[in-house]
Design a protein. Structure first.
Lengths: 379, 376
């Protein structure tokens, strides 16, 4: 068992990848990085990123995740693997008296990592090699209030920061030169509202992100010319709504389902249409605990991206299989593990890009009780 | 346990191997960039050409060159600082030279009657401001000594009768070739084998004097060059001026490759390998002609062994072209000079063609900037 776990870890570590579709739009939308949620299909509304999910919070909860992402792309009978390992996210929730919670977090909203080689240019051996790194990250803080053990509402302020750097390298048989570098800095802020309600065995959760206005400042450095060209983009993304339902029909079994709606066909860049499209994502998942403290989690997700495949002009469809488990750590919390396999493609054209992406999430969850010291006399 | 081993050995390891093989540079996903940066290649012929010859100082050469043939003549000048207080008791005076080549060459030497400087002396000029009265060096008519340069070292006994003139009224020695052919000797930079003057005194004691300055000068009066020929040469410097029109290249283009190539004809060579370089002109050749200044450091240089007439010489000058294209204000395109690199090399002369397939051409491959993710 240890060997298999080690090998699986090794596979994901050696073969991590970022999406080959990340050149499009703002890149891949990063889901909340938290292994428990990822293993059950990643329903956003039930995740710790939703400020309205904290009906119960007896202890301070800190969760930090390590993310290994990878992808194998296939196109024209070519196969290529890419990947990276990086810190995933941090979430913290602190209970206060009167059932109020303070929420803190740092996670990723868009992933813009990619690494692409061109075909040979104009019947020569010259090629482009384009390496992109970066994304948009959210530093957030919020408050949640639980009522009567059945209802919770929360609000979260998000400060978006981040940037990307694209290096365009021109490769010849004699060597390669970096011809251009495109740097984009992003800044924005936003509010997210969330709520959840629990009725007997069923819990309903929802979240709502206000429309997002992103300011993107682009610097284009042409290396041979050594001059910068500056350009500002105002990107407006409509509101995002998520909804999820969780049920516990029998003891040790929990089922959930969720949906995310992104009506981004109205998104604009500098007040002109971005050509994004309305997209959605659904998920189904279950958690079963055959042995107390050792849950088995499974999930399935499906949906499509907000941006199109630039080559085919078709939507990028994505479906995923999710699985995971948790290992309790005495006097600390737990280590949750989630593995996801995501299958991405556009229309079934034989020459179109297809991608199988893998995500391995390790979340270290720390739980602490606010100890109340009782002073004892007579000793 | 056996099942696990089976899975590990037979299934997982091949999977890892496949994943390793997938780490390659295949063009997967490149079609997601809708608009590729434009790449173009242009080939430009020079719009303006010229050539000129010039006596250049050769004092900082790695060796001293002596010899002559029907086209070139090279002489050696060596200056010693001899104190005149001890001349009375000198019984003999010997000049010691160390040839580098094994070619035997007869020569004689005279005392130089005009002061000269290593940094500026040429066949025409004694220094930067003084012209020789007679090109090739002003000398006293008497011959101080004569000898033959052979292998290892050569010792020439100088005539002691002219010692007083040599010390008090001369500025060193001038070595004249007698035979046809060229040979090289070490110069003062060679600490152990450089030229030296050995004075022997009456008490049989020797005193060694090392050169204060040395140089060689080269004449090319034997050359009958066509004034319209584009020549590049060393010792007596021939330089070729080329100007290419670059207006068609956008200023924001990145020059991936700029190759200046031509097919020269070798007219004369004294060494197997020919070194040539390209220098950027910093002043207008049209306005200043041969006196137009140019960058001392070459933008590119190349060594080649001329094998046949089909030898194609290529010089990579992408940085120079990039500066011309992108910074036209601070780096105006005044053209370039093709020169021997360095110009103190043993004499050679090549000819560039003004017309035909062998003419110089500049092949430039450039790339235009890519679009960013919001516009591509």
């Amino acid at each position: 068992m240890k060997k298999i776990l080690f090998t699986l870890t090794l596979i994901f570590t050696l073969n991590p990848a970022q999406s080959f579709f990340n050149l499009n739009g703002l890149g891949e939308i990063s889901p909340p990085v938290e292994a428990w949620n990822a293993a059950t299909g990643n329903p956003f509304a039930l995740s710790v990123a939703n400020p309205g999910t904290f009906i119960d919070l007896p202890q301070t909860s800190l969760k930090i995740s390590l993310l290994t992402i990878g992808a194998i792309g296939r196109q024209n009978n070519f196969t290529r693997a890419l990947g990276t390992v990086k810190p995933g996210a941090f979430y913290g929730a602190i209970p206060l008296p009167t059932r109020t919670r303070i929420l803190l977090g740092l996670d990723s909203r868009f992933n813009q990592d990619f690494d692409i080689w061109s075909e040979s240019l104009a019947d020569t051996t010259y090629r482009y090699h384009i390496i992109g790194r970066g994304g948009i990250y959210s530093l957030n803080a919020g408050l949640a209030q639980s009522f009567l053990d059945h209802l919770c509402i929360g609000v979260q302020f998000h400060q978006f920061i981040g940037g990307s750097r694209e290096n365009w390298r021109f490769c010849t048989p004699e060597g390669s030169i970096t011809t251009d570098t495109i740097e984009i800095d992003y800044s924005s802020h936003n509010l997210r509202f969330g709520t959840s309600a629990r009725f007997s065995i069923i819990t309903i959760a929802t979240s709502y992100d206000l429309p997002l206005n992103i300011l993107a400042r682009r610097f284009k450095l042409i290396h041979g010319v050594t001059t910068d060209s500056l350009q500002n983009y105002r990107i407006k993304l409509p509101a995002v709504t998520t909804l999820a339902l969780s049920a516990e029909p029998v003891r040790r079994l929990r089922l959930n389902g969720g949906v995310e709606l992104l009506p981004w066909s109205r998104a604009t860049i500098n007040d002109t249409s971005s050509h994004y499209r309305n997209s959605w994502r659904g998920s189904l998942g279950l958690e079963y605990e055959p042995i107390p403290g050792h849950p088995v989690r499974l999930g399935y997700s499906f949906g499509n991206w907000y941006c199109l495949n630039n080559y085919t002009g078709e939507p990028i469809a994505e479906s995923g299989i999710h699985l995971g488990t948790g290992i309790p750590i005495p006097k600390f919390g737990a280590l949750d593990i989630a593995g996801e396999l995501l299958f991405r493609s556009s229309q079934a054209q034989s020459r179109a890009l297809r991608e199988t992406a893998g995500r391995l999430t390790l979340t270290l969850a720390y739980q602490e009780t606010w100890a109340k010291r009782t002073r004892r006399w007579g000793y | 346990m056996k099942l696990e081993n089976l899975a590990f050995g037979n299934r997982v390891l091949p999977l890892i191997l496949i994943l390793f093989l997938a780490c390659n540079t295949l063009p997967v996903g490149f079609d997601q960039i809708r608009t590729l940066p434009e790449t173009r290649t242009v080939e430009i012929r020079p719009e303006s050409t010229d050539s000129y010859g010039k006596f250049v100082p050769l004092g900082f050469a790695d060796y001293l060159l002596l010899g002559k043939d029907e086209q070139y003549e090279a002489r050696i000048l060596i200056k010693f600082s001899i104190k005149d207080s001890c001349l009375d008791s000198v019984s003999s005076i010997r000049l010691v030279l160390h040839p580098i080549d094994s070619f035997p060459l007869d020569f004689f030497c005279r005392a130089c009657s005009t002061d000269w400087s290593t940094s500026a002396v040429t066949w025409r000029m004694a220094d930067s401001t003084t012209q020789w009265l007679k090109p090739g060096g002003d000398c006293w008519q008497f011959i101080l000594g004569q000898g033959r340069l052979t292998k290892d070292s050569t010792i020439v006994e100088l005539n002691r009768d002219y010692l007083d003139t040599l010390v008090r009224h001369s500025y060193g020695l001038v070595l004249f070739p007698v035979d046809t052919g060229f040979t090289t000797v070490t110069n003062l930079t060679s600490a152990k084998t450089g030229p030296r003057l050995i004075l022997t005194f009456a008490d049989n004691k020797n005193r060694v004097y090392y050169p204060a300055e040395d140089a060689h000068i080269v004449d090319s009066s034997g050359i009958r060059a066509n004034p319209y020929d584009l020549l590049v040469g060393s010792s007596f410097a021939f330089r070729t001026y080329l100007w290419f029109r670059l207006d068609s290249i956008p200023s924001e283009a990145t020059i991936a490759r700029a190759e200046l190539s031509f097919q020269p004809q070798t007219l004369y060579q004294r060494q197997d390998t020919i070194w040539i370089g390209v220098h950027q002109l910093t002043e207008s050749y049209g306005a200043k002609g041969r006196y137009a200044l140019f960058q001392e450091n070459s933008a590119a240089k190349i060594a080649y062994v001329p094998a046949a007439n089909d030898t194609i010489v290529s010089l990579e000058i992408s940085r120079l072209v990039q500066n011309w294209v992108s910074h036209a204000d601070s780096n105006p395109n005044y053209g370039l000079l093709i020169t021997a690199e360095p110009e103190w090399l043993k004499p050679f002369r090549i000819k560039l063609f003004r017309t035909g397939p062998a003419t110089p051409r500049l092949r430039i491959q450039y790339l235009l900037p890519p679009e960013d993710r919001f516009t591509r």
